[in-house]
Design a protein around this ligand. Structure first.
Ligand code: PLP
Length: 329
């Protein structure tokens, strides 16, 4: 049998734009504004939110990112996210396209162009286009991109009934890669896919010493039998801005948080499994209770009081703290 290959068209620039518009209409997205240092401005049509294929962030994963939240017309805790972004850039040997102040200003202006009062801001730094090699191309300009989008959404059930997680069979990233927020999320993606395939909501990485690591795009914490909030050390997992802020809030408001102390230390899996509560923490999930880990219930198998109290503390902080930047719409 002869297979007749379809003759492929050679496209014009308007064919390309029409193609991207068709793609977006088949799969609508909630992307409201996008800044690109390569385009030197902001676009609001998702069909135009593109970058050159030979940018090394695309074909070599040489790039980093971070995500912050827009809450009631203000950006929450951007400085902490920018701190981590700059640390990740340094560890990834990525040059900055402009100063921190200019990056902050671009983020704020892109948020304003979106017109949205609630949502997420994700921004990336790339090593730039110019070759298909590994090291940055000669003369490559680093790329800075900012996307204002609807944010990740999770089922209400996660908060009302709690999540079920499994210990992943995938190895945890080596510490240097885990503490760097680079665009290579393959282990994180595989962990989440594996969990969903097996009927769980998410996975948990365990380190080589048998201590708890983190989840796919969120940190993990526990409430011990004695009521202390315990969190793994940040030397081999991502330093979650949410975790760091919550540890601070819980320390300062132990009664409200319903905890008897706060500890950041190694947490052996055997100890973790005996805890009263297990929590997932992150910018997108905020604070959610885990009620089952592998085949074992956590505590009494119901969401506990600390997860609820910490969620309230965080939500209050996201609206009233001094870590808010007003967006000049
Ligand atoms: C691997 C990983 N761990 C933890 C977190 C939580 O970090 P944050 O609280 O800053 O969202 C994230 C999300 O950025 C993540 O990707």
């Amino acid at each position: 049998m002869t297979v007749h290959a379809r003759t492929l068209p050679v496209l014009t620039d308007s064919d390309v734009l029409a193609g991207f518009r068709t793609l977006r209409s088949q799969q609508p997205v909630e992307y409201w504004a996008f800044y690109s240092s390569q385009m030197k401005g902001i676009v609001t049509d998702p069909a135009l939110m593109v970058l050159p294929f030979d940018d090394h962030i695309v074909h070599r994963g040489h790039g980093i990112f971070d995500t912050a939240a827009i809450v009631e017309g203000k950006i929450y805790d951007l400085e902490a996210h920018l701190d981590r972004f700059l640390r990740s850039a340094d560890r990834s040997k990525l040059r900055l396209p402009c100063t921190r102040e200019e990056m902050r200003d671009i983020v704020v202006q892109t948020a304003a162009a979106s017109g949205r009062r609630d949502g997420s801001i994700r921004y990336w730094l790339s090593s730039g286009p110019g070759s298909l090699e590994l090291t940055p191309a000669r003369g490559a300009e680093p790329g800075f991109f900012v996307m204002i989008f609807a944010g990740l959404s999770y089922p209400d059930r996660w908060y009302t009934e709690g999540l079920r997680v499994m210990t992943t069979t995938y190895p945890i990233k080596a510490p240097l890669y885990a503490i760097t927020k680079a665009t290579n999320y393959l282990p994180n993606v595989l962990m989440q896919m594996e969990a969903k395939e097996k009927g769980f909501d998410n996975g948990v990485f365990i380190d080589a010493d048998g201590n708890v690591g983190e989840s796919s795009n969120m940190n993990v914490a526990f409430v011990t039998k004695k009521g202390a909030l315990v969190h793994p050390k940040f030397d081999h997992i991502l330093a979650g801005c949410t975790s760091l802020r919550l540890l601070e809030l819980a320390r300062a408001n132990q009664d409200r948080a319903q905890v008897a102390g706060v500890e950041v230390r190694d947490i052996p899996v055997a100890e973790a499994r005996t805890c009263r509560e297990m929590l997932l923490l992150g910018s997108s999930i905020k604070v959610a209770p885990v009620v089952q880990w592998d085949d074992q219930a956590i505590g009494n198998g119901k969401p506990g009081p600390v997860s609820k109290a910490l969620l309230q503390l965080l939500e209050q902080d996201m609206r009233t703290s001094d870590r808010l930047i007003a967006i000049p719409y």
